[in-house]
Structure formats: C-alpha cells, structure tokens
Unconditional design. Structure first.
Lengths: 177, 624
C-alpha cells in the first residue's frame, strides 16, 4: 500500500501528519508574504497541495495573516476556483460557454456523469477519483465543445470520445501503479 | 542597456533570422495544443534533424551557415482547422496536420517540390484549394494589427519580437516624448477601449496622468470571462511582449512604476507565456529599473484570477488584486482617482494595450485612418457557433456583420439558414437577419440594443431556440452575480425563473409583460456593468423574437424544436399510409384516423412517449 489512511493511524502519528500539514502551509505563507493581497495566491497554492481547502487550514491562514476567519471564508467561498470539499484525483471541467452550449455540451456532460456514476447534484465520486463540474468558458471556443481534465484541454468532444479518453486515462493510471 | 544597445540587438538578431533558409511554424495556442500540435512539432523537428538541415536561432545568431528552423508560434485564429503548420517564406498553410505527416511536409519543403496537397485548406462550400495563408478567404478579408504577430513569431523568444521592431514604441516614448505628448498621441488616434464599454483610451490615460501623487498603478484586465470570447487569451499567448510594451508605455505616460496583469485562472498557458516574457524583458533591461538608460522604472506582476466573472468589472478586479471578495464598488470615485489601494490606477483591457506601441511608432494618423469615424482602428472578434469557419479574426471597425459571417466565417454550417448572432456574450444581445448590413462599431451596435462587449460572436442557425439561449445567458449571469446589489441579485433570479418556466412548458401569458418590466428594472437599477447589461439578451429576444417567446408561453410550442418539454409528435400526411400501427401502439389512445388515410395525433392526450415513432414502418412520424 502506498500510504496509510490518516484515520487508521495511531494518535501520535496522526499529530505528526497534522504538523506536516501546517509545515507546508507555513512554507507557502512565508514565501508569499502575510499581506492581504497574498491571500488569493496562498489559497490557490494550498488548494493545489490538498486539492481543496480544509476548514482548519483556512482558520490557520486567517490567524497567520491577521485577518478574521470570516473574511478568509468570504474569499474562499466567493471564487469558483476554491472548493471547501475534497476534489477527485481527476477534475473534469466541461465547458458550458455559449459556443460549447450551442454545439452540444449537455450530451457530453451527461455521458461523463453516466460513465463515472454521478447522479443528481453530486460532483465528486465517492472513491475521490473524479470530480465533474461545468465552467463558463475555457477560451477554446473554436474547438467546441471542449473539456479540461486537470490541465489538459480536449476539443471537439462527443459522448463517444469521452469513453475513449477515460479508458486511456484509467489505463495510464493502472500502468503507473 | 541603453537605446543604442536596442538598435544593435535588433540589427544583429534580424540578420540572424534572415539567415534561415526556411522556417516551419507550428501553432502552439491552446486550441492547436489540444488537437495535438506539440507532437506535430516534435515530429517535424525530428524529420528536419534527420536530414541534417535543422538549425536553431541561437546557432544562426552565432553566424552558423543556414538551415531550417522549427518554432512554436502563437494562435493563428483558425482553430477549427488545427493543428496548423505554416511555412516561411512561402506562406504555405497546412491544416489538420498529424505527426505522421511530418516526413512528407519536410521532404516537400527541402526538395522544393509541390506542397502536400491533401493538407492544404479546402473551402467547405466552393471546394477551392488554397496554398498560402493570406489567400484563404478567412484571412484575406481580415486586417490584422493587434494580432499581427500571432502565429507569425515565437512568443517565447524576445529576440523575434525585437527583430521585428518590438520595443521601439517604448524607446520612442521614453526618449522623444513627454508623458503628456504620449497621452495626446493616444487621444488623437481616437482609440476607444477594447474591453467593451468603448471609453476613449487617451482620455482615460490623461485623467490618470493629471492625478497628483507619488504612487500610481497600471493594471491590465485579462479576466476575459465572456463565454465565447478568447481574443485576449490569444494575444497573451501569441504575442505577450506587445502587451508588456503597451503597459510600460502607459506606465511612463501616467507616471506609474508598477503594474499588474490580471489573468483568468482558466488560462494556464497565457500565464506561463507572460511569465516567460516578463523574465526575458527584465533580463534585457526592457522592464525593471532604469529602462533603456532613461531613469524610468517599471515592474510588472501577474495576478491569477480565481474564477469569478464579475472580476472583469474594473472595481471588482481591483478588489480581487487586493485579496478581497471581487465585488464592484460605486463610481465615482473612478479608478483613475482612487483605484488599487486607493491610488490613481489606469486599467485597460489586453487588446487596448496591444495596439499602443504601434500608435506611438506609426503615429495617431495611421491608426485613425483605419476603421470608421469615431470608431477608429481594428477590433478582434471570436466567431463561433454554427458557422463554417470558427476562429479569431481582426477587422476594421465598421465592417458589416454580413462580411464577417459570410465572407470570413464562410456562412452557416451544413447549408442551414442564418437565424441570429449573439454579440458581446451575456452582456450583449442578439441581432437578426435584418441587421446583417449593420456596421460593427460601438455606436451602431448600441443603437440596436447590443454591444461589442469583449467581441464574442456566436452564430446561430434556424435550429436554435432563442428563448433557450436567453435562458442560458440568464443562468450564467444569475450564477455570476456577486450578490451585492438587490436589482441584480434578485432580478436575475426571477428572470431566470420566468424563462425556465417558458422552456419547461409552464409559461404563463402574463409573463411576457412581467419579463419586460423586470428586465428594464434590473438594467436601470443595478450597480455595475454586470447587472446593467444582464437583461440585454432578454430585451433583444423580446424585441426581435417575441413571436417565439409567445409560442412558448401561450401555444406551448417551441418553433425550433429544441425545448424537450415542448416537443410533440406530428404525423406527416404525405408519408402516412394509414396502417394504424401507431394507433395500436399508443398507450393513451391519442392517435386516431381511418384505415388507409393519414392518421392524426391529439396533442392534448399525447404523453410524448415516442412509442408511435418506433412502431411506424414508414418513418412518417416526426418530432417537432
């Protein structure tokens, strides 16, 4: 097994995991500075590190920057990029900008949700593998409909192409392990 | 670094580039990269190397003999046909190139033979084949000034920009002009801001210049949030130095020594190219301290947005840079008086900065000779939707919609009928066939109820439902409303409900007047541009496609056949043989008729299950 789940770890070990968690945050804060204008870049890097913004870390950042927790939560909830819930390993952003919408982004979204078994308003699969969300525009309108998986853009999507891409992704993942 | 040094470099680098025997430019914009252009680049490089002809710019600059350079360029704008490969000096453009095509391309280039015919652009309607990029109607009818370098140079190499006359505008401004003269030149050019509002750029500069105070800021608004617009992304990715140069000139003109570029989080490639460009400009002393030995200092920083459409509004953008929630504040005070951290701040759009250096070098008269009266210069538009050629274009202001859609865009896909064009994204409106000869400029569009906005043009054909499109935009603005002022926060929500009802087949006849009244109230009562323009798609829909809306709410019918709740089934009397199979299959006895004569469906009984369609042996039953 690659890593032990935090929940099963003995108490002493858990507190060191915790310390390590804040060490990384401290490093980010020290590098970017403690002014309010650094808040958004700090949150961006923290999210990059943990794939979401854990609540205790937001309070920690607020204290470190001398801001009220409310104003840090305010910023974290204002911007669409930030998530207070854990995201999946693969974040699939389906573009629903005008160009993609008129060229059929809805069937593509439906196909992805069906493939990864997401129903209703749920955005992340319970095994934390996939998060599926819509974005307003990825700026690759010439290739509509488009989607982005982590940092890679895929253009001229069809419901059939989704299966090929995700098959490929899962194959690569299996090869990595 | 002083001004003579810039001249020397320019001459030296230009001579280096001139030694290239040929050059292969592979588009590395977001669109082409998504289509696999990086693999094409590697394959072409390998093929040229294998034939011993490969040469890098660095070797040429050291006086190496000649050879073929393979470089990555910015976006050509013709994303639909990507990955694109352009050859120089011949100007040949290959479309939809795959890595497997590399050997053939290089062979044809080195042997001086005929170009690879199957990769050339073929017009979808006329079938004509074009060799050179500039002959293709998509490019032929454009006039590229801001985008002049996009697709032509390597955006990650400052030497290419300088060799082509880059940073000469900055040199001229710093060494031959006073800040006031720079502002006057921009005023004389008649340039209006390209971010959407169309405020005269030079006046904005001068208003910031005359503010007193030791600290001022220049901010570049690269938060291109309008769905369907990507001109700023292409500029930042394809020619980042041009944006930096424009900002440095602005810094000199208003008396600022610090600037910020605010880029959307969704544009990682643009961020990376800008970072590279800033580092190179600093290395060569074109940004930073004592630029060109003139004593002028200018530092640039990049701020990445975090996904909020409202941050495209200038006061909200400034709040976001300061690390706060991106909410707009009332104006006045304008940013020119009290902007970033309360200091006088000049904030312009990416495209606005991109033309500045050319105006300084070529003069205001050159710029104002392009375009129309009060609407000088060119404007970039992103054409997308149901049009044959999608992509990024640049035309003089005053070009008609017809020219853009039919000459450059190549007409509607699949030979369908043009229905409408949505211009300016969720803040703009839709225009119809009767507007095809309307000149695209700030004032004409405003008079028609639309606006240039960022310049996104989404073309829609007869199969598009305008009510659904209005609902789509309202859903967008409602989501993106920051919630600060009541008319926008509540008004967009209620408008969305009304439109949703119409699309779901639950519309009420009184909704027609209610929607109109509400839209006007939101337009007149909102605090910032987002709320003031959010009703535009609804208002233009009610103005130009009222019949369609009434069909939804009164007749419960979607004329375009898009809204699934309003879909019904019709029997085509020409095809129906009267076999009665459908009537027997219908679970609710909604179909009746006489044997051997066309049957009919009673729409009030029909539950839209589709059983009749699958049972009809003659394909006589259609949705619609």
């Amino acid at each position: 097994m690659k890593q032990e789940g935090v929940n099963q770890a003995p108490k002493e070990e858990r507190s060191t995991t915790y310390q390590r968690k804040f060490e990384k945050v401290n490093e980010i804060i020290n590098r970017l500075g403690r002014s309010q204008s650094a808040l958004i870049p700090i949150l961006q890097e923290v999210q990059e590190e943990y794939r979401y913004l854990p609540e205790e870390i937001l309070t920690y950042i607020a204290t470190a920057l001398g801001l009220s927790p409310a104003s840090v939560f305010g910023v974290a909830t204002f911007y669409a990029q930030f998530s207070l819930e854990a995201k999946g390993k693969y974040v699939i952003k389906v573009c629903d900008g005008t160009a993609c919408h008129v060229r059929g982004s809805n069937p593509v979204l439906a196909a992805i949700k069906k493939r990864v078994n997401l129903t209703g308003d749920k955005k992340t699969t319970s095994d934390l593998r996939y998060t599926v969300e819509t974005v307003s525009c990825l700026g690759a309108c010439g290739l509509a409909p488009v989607l982005m998986i982590n940092d890679k853009i895929y253009g001229q999507m069809t419901p059939e192409a989704i299966n090929i891409i995700l098959d490929q992704l899962e194959k690569e993942e299996a090869a990595d392990e | 670094m002083n001004k003579e040094q810039l001249e020397q470099w320019k001459d030296q680098w230009r001579r280096g580039f001139e030694r290239e025997k040929a050059r292969i430019l592979v588009c590395a914009g977001t669109g082409c990269v998504a289509n696999g252009s990086l693999a094409v680049y590697e394959a072409l490089k390998k093929e040229v190397e294998a034939r011993g002809a490969y040469v890098t710019v660095d070797l040429l600059l050291e006086g190496e003999k000649t050879g073929v350079a393979v470089v990555k360029s910015g976006c050509h704008g013709f994303c639909e046909m990507g990955p694109l490969v352009r050859l120089e000096p011949s100007g040949i453009l290959y479309t939809k190139v795959k890595a497997e095509d590399a050997a053939e391309i290089v062979e044809a280039l080195l042997s001086g033979g005929e170009p690879v015919a199957r990769l050339l652009y073929r017009h979808p309607l006329t079938g004509q084949v074009y060799e050179a990029e500039h002959q293709i109607p998509f490019y032929h009818n454009q006039q590229r000034t801001a985008l002049a370098h996009c697709g032509q140079i390597d955006p990650e190499d400052i030497r290419e920009y300088v060799a082509d006359g880059g940073y000469e505008g900055l040199k001229k401004a710093l060494t031959q002009m006073t800040p006031e003269e720079v502002c006057q030149e921009i005023i004389a050019s008649g340039r209006r801001g390209r971010g959407g509002g169309g405020f005269p750029t030079g006046r904005k500069w001068d208003l910031t210049r005359i503010e007193k105070g030791p600290k001022k800021y220049v901010v570049c608004n690269g938060d291109e949030g309008d769905p369907g617009a990507f001109m700023d992304r292409s500029l930042m990715e394809g020619d980042p130095h041009r944006v930096l140069e424009g900002m440095a000139i602005a810094g000199y003109a208003i008396g600022a020594d610090e600037g910020y570029i605010y880029v959307r989080a969704e544009y990682p490639l643009a961020v990376q190219r800008l970072k590279t460009a800033i580092a190179q400009a600093k290395e060569y002393g074109l940004l930073g301290q004592n630029i060109l030995g003139t004593g002028f200092n200018f530092e640039l920083k990049i701020k990445e947005g975090a996904g909020a459409f409202v941050c495209g509004e200038e006061t909200a953008l400034l709040a976001s840079i300061e690390g706060r929630r991106g909410m707009p504040s009332p104006k006045p005070p304008f940013p020119a008086q009290s902007g970033l951290w309360g200091k006088p701040t000049l904030i312009n759009n990416v495209e606005t900065f991109a033309n500045v250096a050319q105006i300084i070098v070529k003069g205001a008269a050159w710029f104002s000779s392009i375009g129309a009266e009060n609407n000088t210069g060119t404007k970039t538009f992103a054409i997308t939707g149901q049009v044959a050629n999608t992509g990024l274009i640049e035309v003089p202001l005053g070009t008609t919609l017809r020219q853009v859609v039919f000459e450059i865009g190549g007409g509607i896909r699949g030979g369908k009928k043009f229905k409408a064009v949505q211009i300016g994204g969720p803040s703009g409106g839709c225009l119809t066939e009767e507007h095809l000869d309307l000149p695209l400029d700030f004032d004409s569009l405003k008079a028609a109820g639309a606006m240039i906005g960022s310049g996104g043009l989404v073309i829609m054909d007869e199969n598009t439902c305008m009510v659904e499109v209005a609902r789509f935009f309202m859903n967008f603005t409602q989501n993106e409303s920051c919630g600060k002022c009541v008319p926008c926060r509540e008004g967009t929500k209620r408008m969305l409900e009304i439109l949703q009802r119409a699309v779901d087949g639950e519309g009420r006849p009184e909704d027609v007047d209610l929607l109109q009244e509400l839209a006007e109230a939101v337009r007149d009562g909102s605090l910032c541009g987002l709320g003031k323009t959010a009703p535009n798609p609804v208002l233009t829909m009610l103005k130009y496609f009222k019949d369609e809306y009434i069909a939804h709410v009164v007749e419960k019918r979607c004329p375009a056949g898009v809204c699934s709740a309003l879909k019904g089934y019709q029997i085509d009397p020409e095809k129906c043989k009267g076999c009665s199979k459908c009537a027997r299959a219908c679970p609710v006895q909604a179909i009746s008729g006489e044997l051997k004569k066309p049957y009919t469906i009673d729409q009030t009984k029909c539950i839209k299950c589709g059983a009749c369609v699958t049972n009809c042996p003659f394909k006589a039953i259609k949705e619609g």
